[in-house]
Design a protein around this ligand. Sequence first.
Ligand code: FES
Ligand code: FES
Length: 158
Amino acid sequence: MQVKLKVNGQAVTLDAPPNTLLVQAIREHLRLTGTHVGCDTAQCGACTVHVNGRALKSCNVLLAQMQGAEITTIEGIAQADGTLHPMQAAFKECHGLQCGFCTPGMVMSAIDLCNNHPNASETEVRELLDGNLCRCTGYQNIVKAVVMGGKAMSAPNT
Ligand code: FES
Ligand code: FES
């Protein structure tokens, strides 16, 4: 089947079997491999992307459901000149990662979290980010990064 959508601002038409998952389309058809697959069962959040501005686990939806949707992946959030998104910069600054496997999904979820809860506190971040798992960090620096990234996103000139 044919699905027309926008990915990171570019119009894309994909021809794929009806049972193709969105994460397969992103990784295997579009070769945007920053979106990871950790569990394939909607538990770990490594596959999180934005669909029409909201975070979504892309292993848990079909490409066929995305007709006309606007998708943003981790490759699409920095500026064209390479300037990192404030949330990416905060993860870098706070050392919010170790192996980096969970990081793209964490960042995409964190942006959505902070869009909907500007200036979220550490406690709120811990509660609201519970759909994203990290096997390395113990979460401490991830939480710090999300709080810092949220503040930067709320700052007047961002
Ligand atoms: S791969 Fe999608 S939630 Fe784990
Ligand atoms: S940094 Fe390794 S899984 Fe999170």
